[in-house]
Design a protein around this ligand. Structure first.
Ligand SMILES: CC(C)(COP(=O)(O)OP(=O)(O)OC[C@H]1O[C@@H](n2cnc3c(N)ncnc32)[C@H](O)[C@@H]1OP(=O)(O)O)[C@@H](O)C(=O)NCCC(=O)NCCS
Length: 434
């Protein structure tokens, strides 16, 4: 299969010029050349404070990531010129919009600048270069998940989905939810990998904000990535309905500290369900697990039904944080791609310091929820930054909230109309890190 155009799109000329002003070279990597790819992957892992990778781990990473586009910044003065001093990778994936429609999204990952070369504008050159390359490739929106929430706002990104981390005292919370009839079975790690991929492929369109995953993600999640540390602790259980079809999967690890054997922690890394029965059965499995006193669940949605399935909601501590960051690149294409909850006719003035999404558009939504977006020169009802537009796009952040936070300018009527139209029936949710 030939590589898609975006993978080897040429290096952005402005980014090349920006880093060469510092005596550095900006290059798109040939991922078929392991002598270049291996040192690149070592530099990226070092940038994320990880240990040096073994040959086995490098082989797995090469295999799992080669489908992406990799850009490196190299310093000809380095002691090891094969290792870049900065990294970024990207690929085009599909993100679900309200209405269950997928839109191609420029996913950005692996942004690192070596601590020896920080704060010289290298990340800025790379990020702006990526956004321009995405625009040139005709991709209308970019997305990422972040290590620090302070980095990407300046490039027009803003949170559009949020995640919750749960810590549940099992004896206090107590299960009061349904007890579905289907069956639970342990699955091997290889089965776990394959079934996660299949089930996620079926359910990802049901939630705005979810993206298409990649095989390497399921390898890591299931503990089957080459050389993966701690993989022997990964456990998987699936829920099958009466017909024997897998409708849900939980991935977890057990651990304990101290001598009391009844006080294990169950770390629920992932719970994916296609039906309410599967959801209830898998949560009950975790909360009623013998010898477990605390269940810690990561990156759940903000509207978990679980809250209503336990006797004592205060038995669960829930922390919320922003998770999926989006950056609209092409306003009319993105706004026309989603469907809406109610008709609206409104003029939006979008400001973008990078000049990519700047402009004024009339958004007209008809009774079927379908939008038409046209450029206009008239006065705007709503003035908002590209960040604010990216936040409200999926319906998980209200325009009224951003207006009250001073991030959007509109009167009450315009804000109400926008919120009614943009509302999503299910809270946007991204269940993955990338
Ligand atoms: C974050 C990181 C990529 C920044 O690289 P850098 O080359 O030093 O960044 P730049 O010099 O291009 O800075 C660009 C802008 O971001 C700001 N910035 C950089 N790092 C920042 C941080 N960690 N928090 C807040 N602002 C930051 C700079 O002040 C600068 O602001 P300005 O241009 O608006 O004045 C680098 O510190 C790094 O590799 N960190 C560890 C890995 C990591 O967390 N990567 C992000 C993964 S999501």
């Amino acid at each position: 299969m030939s590589a898609p155009d975006w993978k080897n799109a040429p290096a952005d000329p402005a980014a090349v010029a920006a880093v060469s002003a510092n005596g550095l070279e900006y290059r798109v990597l040939d991922t078929s050349d392991a002598t270049a790819f291996d040192p690149y992957l070592q530099a990226e892992m070092r940038g994320f404070l990880a240990a040096e990778q073994s040959d086995e781990q490098l082989g797995g990473a090469r295999d799992g990531l080669a489908f992406r586009r990799f850009v490196g910044v190299y310093d000809p003065g380095s002691l090891d010129v094969s290792q870049p001093v900065a990294t970024v990778n990207s690929w085009v994936t599909e993100m679900t919009l309200p209405g269950g429609i997928g839109i191609p999204m420029w996913a950005i990952s692996g942004v690192t600048v070596a601590p020896t070369h920080r704060r010289k504008g290298i990340a800025r050159a790379m990020l702006e270069g990526e956004l321009r390359t995405a625009v040139d490739a005709g991709v209308a929106i970019a997305g990422l998940t972040v290590s620090e929430a302070t980095i990407y706002g300046r490039f027009g990104f803003a949170p559009a989905t949020f995640g919750t981390d749960w810590s549940i005292e099992t004896k206090r919370a107590l299960w009061i939810g349904p007890r579905p009839d289907g069956r639970l079975d342990f699955v091997s790690r290889d089965q776990l990998r394959d079934q996660l991929a299949e089930l996620h492929g079926r359910v990802r369109r049901s939630r705005p904000g979810e993206i298409e995953a990649w095989p390497g993600l399921w390898r890591r999640m299931s503990g089957t990535a080459p050389g993966q540390e701690d993989s022997a602790k990964v456990r998987g259980v699936r829920y099958a309905d009466a017909a024997g079809t897998t409708r849900g999967i939980a991935v977890y690890r057990l651990g304990s500290e101290g001598p009391d054997f009844t006080k294990h922690d169950l770390e629920l890394h992932y719970l994916l369900s296609e039906t309410p029965d599967a959801y209830a059965a898998l949560w009950r499995f975790a909360l009623e697990h013998d010898l477990v006193s605390v269940v810690k669940a990561h990156l759940r949605s903000v509207d978990e039904p679980l809250r209503w399935m336990i006797a004592d909601q205060r038995g669960a501590t829930v922390e919320t944080s922003e998770h999926g960051w989006l950056r609209v690149l092409d306003v009319p294409t993105v706004l026309a791609a989603r469907t809406y909850s109610s008709p609206v006719s409104i003029t939006l003035r979008v400001t973008d310091p990078l000049g990519i999404a700047d402009g004024t558009w009339e958004l007209r939504v008809d009774g079927s929820g379908t939008a038409e977006v046209t450029p206009v020169r008239s006065e705007a009802d709503v003035t908002l930054s590209v960040n604010a537009l990216s936040s409200i796009l999926l319906g998980g952040v209200r325009a009224a909230t951003l207006r009250d936070a001073g991030l959007l300018d509109a009167d009450d009527d315009a804000v109400d109309a926008l919120d009614a139209s943009f509302a999503s029936t299910r809270a946007p949710y991204l269940s993955l890190w990338y």
